[in-house]
Design a protein around this ligand. Structure first.
Ligand SMILES: Nc1ncnc2c1ncn2[C@@H]1O[C@H](COP(=O)(O)OP(=O)(O)OP(=O)(O)O)[C@@H](O)[C@H]1O
Length: 360
């Protein structure tokens, strides 16, 4: 079959990001909203697995298409479910769906509900991966948005190509893969057009009501009038930041090992600004602070504490508290209470949010 150039290019990008041999026989749940990106992902992964099964003469691995119905857009939400179910049927793939409460939630809670559903589907099917359709443009928009709200260096590494589904112990072995992160949104749409493949358009995506959409629909087009390659340039900067983060990894690990006194509750040794916080090398105070902040972020993430309210300013103030500066007792965003004594600083979260799901 003569494939469209945009589609061949997309398949090549998927293969470069995530070679089929890594996932062909371990089970993959593809999270599909019905939007162009995740529809392309369903088709792309389906095609890669089918090709490799034919090449190797072996049965193909399990690919499950999963859709979470947030029930926020009435009949349109129902039409999304039918669309994704039909797509899976047409491709001979399994389909799973669940409906949320239909109540307006903040974006984070909606994402948590969806993640819980995806984890449940993966465990039910014995799948190792959950694949998501974030594109290069999503990554650039996310980073710009974070930059404007206030973020540290780790926030500038963008959306992770591979990471565990969540901090919850039962989710740690499930890996989220995002194989379209190097592909432009426009290319994905062009590829689907050329394949004659439809997708669903979410009307709320085009609204400029939300700041994230303002970045997509107003800010980026404006940047591109002066800097036509702005999106690619920002994407290159994100890749550079990611390399920085990888270089930090071992230093973060050793900082946690030598400074976290106890995990439950989180107790961290007080810092002395005159001594290098890194593991005994000649790092400057600034890079020490970067390691401390990244280590704190890791501690927050492992506990499922909210990271969103923490920009560079908040992390800097936590750093100061660890250094013995400012008040000895303070409450941080996310109801995290901090108490400092002579040796250590103790962090304790007051309440935890519970999520409720309603099966269809
Ligand atoms: N309702 C949903 N059910 C299952 N997966 C979803 C759902 N919404 C989003 N996802 C997953 O999360 C990814 C990113 O979400 P986002 O809200 O940016 O996507 P979208 O714009 O709605 O759709 P797409 O990315 O497919 O074009 C999607 O590509 C998809 O993999």
């Amino acid at each position: 079959m003569n494939k469209s150039p945009a589609w061949s290019e997309t398949l090549r990008a998927i293969e470069a990001a995530w070679p089929v041999d890594r996932y062909r026989d371990v089970g993959v749940v593809v999270a599909c909203s019905g939007g162009a990106d995740s529809v392309a992902l369903v088709r792309g992964l389906g095609e890669r697995i089918a090709d490799s099964a034919t090449r190797l003469g072996e049965p193909q691995g399990v690919l499950v298409v999963a859709h979470f119905n947030h029930r926020l857009r009435g009949a349109e939400s129902e039409a999304d479910v039918s669309f994704v179910r039909q797509l899976a049927n047409d491709l001979g793939l399994r389909f799973e769906s669940e409906a949320g409460t239909g109540e307006q939630e903040d974006e984070q809670s909606a994402r948590d509900d969806r993640r819980q559903f995806l984890g449940d589907v993966a465990r039910r099917h014995g799948a190792r991966y959950v694949a998501m359709g974030h594109s290069l443009d999503d990554n650039v928009e996310t980073v710009l948005h974070r930059l404007l709200r206030g973020t540290g260096p780790a926030g500038l590494t963008g959306i992770s190509p591979f990471r565990s589904l969540s901090h919850r112990p039962e989710d740690r072995d499930l890996v989220v893969a995002r194989p379209l992160l190097a592909v432009r949104r426009q290319q994905i749409r062009q590829a689907l057009h050329q394949l004659g493949q439809d997708w669903r358009e979410d009307r709320t995506n085009t609204s400029t009501r939300y700041r994230r959409n303002w970045v997509r629909h107003e800010l980026i087009p404006r940047l591109q009038t002066e800097f036509p390659d702005a999106v690619e340039a920002i994407d290159r900067a994100i890749s550079g930041q990611r390399q920085w983060a990888e270089a930090m990894e071992s230093r973060v690990q050793s900082w946690i090992e030598s400074n976290v006194i106890s995990q439950q509750p989180l107790r961290i040794q007080r810092l002395d600004r005159s001594v290098s916080a890194a593991s005994g090398d000649s790092a400057s105070a600034t890079s020490d602070q970067a390691i401390v902040v990244e280590s704190l972020r890791r501690c927050w993430y492992q506990r499922g504490w909210p990271l969103q309210p923490f920009g560079q300013r908040q992390w800097n103030s936590v750093f100061q508290i660890l250094c013995g500066e400012g008040p000895a007792t303070i409450t941080l965003p996310g109801a995290i209470e901090v108490r400092r004594d002579q040796q250590a600083v103790c962090f304790l979260r007051r309440q935890a949010r519970s999520t409720t799901l309603r099966p269809t």
